[in-house]
Design a protein around this ligand. Structure first.
Ligand code: GDP
Length: 251
């Protein structure tokens, strides 16, 4: 499941502009500063690959990286206080942001989630070194409401049977059944798990923050999403993520 080859392919502003070669893909999403670029670099074992998507003009884009010539890692814009939202969001005062700006971000990614048929799974990154942030909970809730969660394949087959009158053997990728019902397995990736607890961060260990977060999002999901604890400093969780992705590709 290791990565031997990784290359930047393109930045797209719309779902229609994304690469059309039909390779399966995994999308990384999370609040700005959650450690998304560091994780991407750690996964591909290259220090600066993810810097490409941090270049001016690219932070608001869907950035595709082709891996081992056979699948894509996709870096989606960070939510929270990225370029467009910079003037209203500060790291700890997201609550003051006008709602419609967040809606903008949601509309952009919602279109990608609902219409990108080669999307295998969404990886939602959560910072484990701090207590749950409201914006992460809002986002997890949004994913949950849009039925983006792991569903046993038996259930997917049943749903396909109900909707299409036939059972499809291919259930690994996103299955847009209707606009309102998209089935995309989601995985929670907790970042910065190497960080020690700090008083200014609520005084809890990463393990405790992880537990709290899972407890808080329980109501948003019918089935708890799988989760992996990671650190880009120690590379904790790297092999686990790659194995998980390999399993999802072969599902
Ligand atoms: P992005 O905005 O989500 O792409 O976040 P970055 O990857 O740029 O990381 C934001 C900050 O968090 C940087 O200062 C990183 O050095 C730091 N960081 C990222 N991942 C880790 C991690 O696993 N452990 C620790 N201790 N710091 C991290």
């Amino acid at each position: 499941a290791q990565i031997s080859q990784a290359e930047f392919v393109k930045s797209s502003v719309k779902t229609e502009d994304c690469p059309s070669d039909g390779l399966p893909e995994f999308a990384l999403v999370g609040r700005s500063n959650v450690g998304k670029s560091s994780l991407l670099n750690s996964l591909v074992r290259r220090k600066k690959l993810a810097l490409i998507s941090k270049k001016p003009g690219k932070t608001q884009c869907i950035n595709h990286f082709r891996i081992n010539d056979s699948w894509f890692l996709v870096d989606l814009p960070g939510y929270g206080y990225n370029l467009k939202l910079k003037f209203v969001y500060t790291p700890n005062r997201y609550a003051v942001a006008p709602k419609d700006l967040r809606t903008d971000w949601n509309k952009f990614t919602k279109d990608y989630f609902l219409n990108r048929s080669t999307l295998v799974s969404v990886f939602l990154l959560i910072d484990a070194s701090i207590p749950a942030k409201k914006i992460d909970l809002e986002y997890a809730s949004w994913l949950g409401q849009n039925q983006i969660f792991i569903i046993p394949s038996v259930l997917i087959s049943f749903l396909l049977f109900v909707v299409h009158g036939s059972i499809s053997s291919h259930v690994s990728s996103a299955v847009p059944i209707t606009e309102e019902f998209t089935v995309i397995p989601m995985t929670l990736i907790f970042t910065k798990c190497d960080k020690r607890k700090k008083k200014k961060n609520g005084g809890k260990r990463p393990e405790e923050n992880v537990e709290d977060f899972q407890e808080l999002i329980r109501e948003f999901f019918q089935a708890a999403p799988p989760w992996i604890m990671t650190s880009s400093v120690t590379n904790q969780g790297r092999d686990e993520i790659l194995l998980h992705m390999a399993q999802l590709r072969n599902y």
